[in-house]
Design a protein around this ligand. Structure first.
Ligand SMILES: C[S@@+](CC[C@H](N)C(=O)[O-])C[C@H]1O[C@@H](n2cnc3c(N)ncnc32)[C@H](O)[C@@H]1O
Length: 197
């Protein structure tokens, strides 16, 4: 689902870019990706993640998508001309990816899956389009953080079937996405890299 004004402010903030820089460095340390790969970023928001993915992993092709056209417009503005030559941007739903099975080397998701009501179908899509051995790099949050006594009045998230650490790990496993590395703050969120079996 699309972000409300409060979360748009949180993610369109320079501090968010700083956080993503730290996270992408962790991704690279845990599981480097050779240059020249075909990569997708889901729920790209205003494009800060795409910029970092290009710089850090030098993919041959980078597709980025978001459900919200306003985010795609922002991403076009945020990314410079040189970057835009290497990136294809599209509006789309994580529940149905316009890619052939076994076609992508890596998928990134910064804080997007917990916004998807049918997150299990999105994991199925991620697994479908990744090649065997392909990597899913993700940052996700748990309800204890985004639905606590304060945030539940400010932020907007799906109301049913929210995932905890256990649910997410089981969901990945059920879709043949094997968690290789994880850094988790209990009840808050997780950085992870999973490989498709
Ligand atoms: C919390 S924001 C994160 C944005 C960006 N990745 C970042 O880290 O700054 C979640 C993003 O996921 C997008 N989103 C939510 N549901 C989606 C879906 N079903 N398919 C694709 N994108 C979705 C939202 O529009 C939003 O831009």
């Amino acid at each position: 689902m699309k972000l409300n004004w409060a979360e748009r402010w949180v993610v369109n903030n320079p501090l968010r870019v700083f956080q993503q820089q730290i996270e992408i460095a962790w991704f690279k340390r845990m599981m480097p990706l050779a240059p020249g790969k075909t990569v997708l970023e889901m729920g790209c928001g205003r494009g800060a993640g795409a910029k970092l993915i290009l710089r850090t992993f030098q993919p041959a092709g980078l597709h980025v998508q978001d459900l919200d056209i306003k985010m795609i417009v922002k991403a076009k503005q945020y990314l410079g001309g040189v970057e835009l030559k290497k990136i294809s941007l599209s509006v789309g739903d994580a529940a149905g990816l316009p890619f052939q099975a076994d076609s992508l080397d890596a998928i990134f998701g910064f804080g997007f899956l917990h916004h998807v009501p049918d997150w299990r179908s999105s994991l199925a899509e991620i697994s479908r389009v990744l090649k065997t051995g392909g990597l899913y790099y993700f940052e996700e949050l748990y309800p204890e953080l985004y639905q606590n006594v304060i945030t539940k009045h400010i932020l907007l998230h799906p109301e049913h079937d929210r995932f905890s650490s256990y649910d997410l790990r089981k969901g990945l496993d059920n879709k043949s996405l094997i968690l290789k590395h994880a850094f988790e703050l209990r009840k808050m969120g997780i950085l992870g890299v999973a490989a498709k079996l």
